[in-house]
Design a protein around this ligand. Structure first.
Ligand code: NAD
Ligand code: UDP
Length: 326
């Protein structure tokens, strides 16, 4: 088996490369390093079955024969996709088309990393795959939400018109080691703020909810989705992957303070425009079809992440400005 991972130098992509190699696959990661980092793949330097190619997937490319294509290339953090709005739209559109063309050419199975953001600020709770979502098509987040919705539509079209064997996963908030320090998402922000003794920046009242999945659980779900014979029966319909345990952002902040023993306070800041008020995956399909459910709860996952952020902070302490979405 040879697998292509677009976005392979990113947070999730690099963990996926590790897991595929551990399963015995050969892996080629393609990434333009827009929001990822070479350091995420440094440990694979001597691995003969691993190859890295620096390339923008918005430009056509080929990687030779592959059996599996995982398409993860796209900015993912709100801070990143608001900074790189046009790049995000192109990654979802041109990038997805080019990755699908690679799958078509080599007869590979294609797995799209889509997002819970397709549900927008959801009116249905928890979110099941049949929900069509509540997305503001002209709001600031639309560069990401609509790019992913377009990516899903393109994936289904390649399935219907070009007979590509496609699968779509909608990922809910996932965290863990290798998230960039300046990523701007809530877990890396809170962990480093707590470690630095700075106030934790809670946007709005903090009553909005998220469901946080630890990276190893998520990667396990991705691999099951790629491998599962049962999943073929879904005819390409999306599958939610995420941890159904729901927390308010304020709960998450207090949990971080508790686990780190930090004396930091809480500072409320403006809520970003169109910030979804609630988010929790219905994972009934993943449970039934993939036999998958998360094993690592938020406390355990935050503990596992802490060491990485401690080390990442050491050389750059105080020099890395925090990034805020507002
Ligand atoms: P990330 O920013 O760490 O990784 C994304 C990677 O894609 C980066 O390495 C970046 O350099 C690369 N990339 C971006 N545009 C590219 C382009 N045009 N060509 C080549 N490479 C490009 O983010 P992540 O959290 O690892 O997310 C990975 C994927 O999973 C994304 O598609 C994201 O939308 C999806 N996702 C992630 C989450 C999450 O909570 N982490 C939730 C939902 C969906
Ligand atoms: N958030 C926060 N403080 C931060 C970063 C994020 O309160 O420093 C909030 C944000 O407003 C959202 C939630 O945490 O309600 C999750 O944000 P994140 O950027 O991690 O991902 P999102 O789910 O919005 O894509």
């Amino acid at each position: 088996m040879r697998a292509l991972v677009t976005g392979g130098a990113g947070f999730l992509g690099s963990h996926l490369c590790d897991a595929l190699l551990a399963e015995g696959c050969a892996v080629i990661a393609v990434d333009n390093l827009l929001t990822g980092a070479r350091e995420n793949l440094e440990h694979l330097g001597n691995e003969r079955r691993f190859e890295f190619r620096e390339h923008d997937v918005c430009e056509p490319f080929d990687v030779g024969s592959v059996d599996l294509v995982f398409h993860l290339a796209s900015p993912a953090s709100p801070v990143d996709y608001l900074q790189y709005g046009l790049e995000t739209l192109r990654a979802g559109s041109a990038g997805t088309t080019n990755a699908l063309a690679v799958a078509q050419k080599h007869g590979a199975r294609f797995v799209l990393a889509s997002t819970s953001e397709c549900y927008g600020d959801p009116k249905e709770h928890p979110q099941s795959e049949t929900y069509w979502g509540n997305v503001n098509p002209v709001g600031p987040r639309s560069v990401y939400d609509e790019s992913k919705r377009f990516a899903e539509a393109t994936t289904m079209a390649y399935r219907r018109y070009r007979q590509v064997d496609t699968r779509i996963v909608r990922l809910f908030n996932t965290y863990g080691p290798r998230m960039q320090l300046n990523d701007g998402r809530v877990v890396p922000n809170f962990l480093q703020q707590a470690l630095r003794g700075e106030d934790l920046t809670v946007y709005g009242s903090g009553a909005q909810t998220r469901s946080f999945c630890y990276v190893t659980d998520l990667v396990d779900g991705l691999l099951r989705m790629a491998r599962s014979a049962e999943a073929a029966k879904l005819n390409g319909s999306p599958v939610n992957l995420g941890n159904p345990e729901e927390f308010t952002v304020l709960d998450c902040a207090y949990l971080v303070l508790h686990l780190t023993g930090s004396r930091s306070g809480i500072r409320h800041m403006a809520l970003p425009e169109d910030d979804p008020q609630q988010r929790r995956p219905d994972i009934a399909i993943a449970r039934a079809v993939l036999g998958w459910e998360p094993k690592v709860d938020l406390s355990a996952g935050l503990r596992l992440s802490l060491e990485y952020f401690r080390r990442a902070l050491e050389p750059r302490e105080m020099s890395e400005p925090m990034r805020a979405a507002s």
